[in-house]
Write a new protein. Structure first.
Length: 150
């Protein structure tokens, strides 16, 4: 670091009084440019694989943006489950036609990753384009877009 840019950026967050941790996530490929600073903040660098080994229980269901995006030939989809749930993860094309079922099983609470290699349910490679991935877990349903570029 050769200089500090102290431009203030405000995000209002309500943190419960009994909170023991606070999670801040900046997407490295987002449009954010600049410096982030906090008063009285401790930052500890850890590997994502270490998080998976710590048996951390998330506080909410969440479906994260796939990485990389756009991708070729494969991408990783991450999600969190605050409680044991029957989980379905499916890939759809923009017409709503199912392309691939990645997962249909019961899973315990935790953080998970799953890979998609750009193949359909029949083992054939799909064409370049925009696809929708959808997580259903208990009453939680969320979808996100991803782009396959060849």
């Amino acid at each position: 670091v050769t200089q500090f840019d102290w431009t203030q950026y405000y995000v209002d967050v309500t943190v419960p009084n009994n909170a023991q941790s606070f999670h801040v996530r900046l997407h490295p490929l987002g449009r954010f440019k600049g410096t982030v600073w906090f008063d009285l903040l401790e930052v500890e660098k850890i590997n994502p694989t270490d998080l998976m080994n710590q048996q951390m229980i998330p506080s909410a269901f969440n479906l994260f943006q796939n990485y990389p995006n756009p991708f070729n030939p494969s991408t990783r989809i991450s999600y969190s489950l605050p409680q044991a749930s029957y989980v379905k993860i499916k890939i759809y094309d923009l017409l709503g036609v199912e392309v691939k079922t990645l997962l249909e099983s019961e899973q315990s609470a935790g953080l998970y990753n799953i890979q998609w290699n750009g193949e359909n349910n029949f083992g054939s490679k799909v064409s370049s384009g925009t696809y929708i991935y959808r997580l259903e877990a208990g009453n939680f349903v969320q979808s996100k877009k991803m782009v396959l570029l060849k």
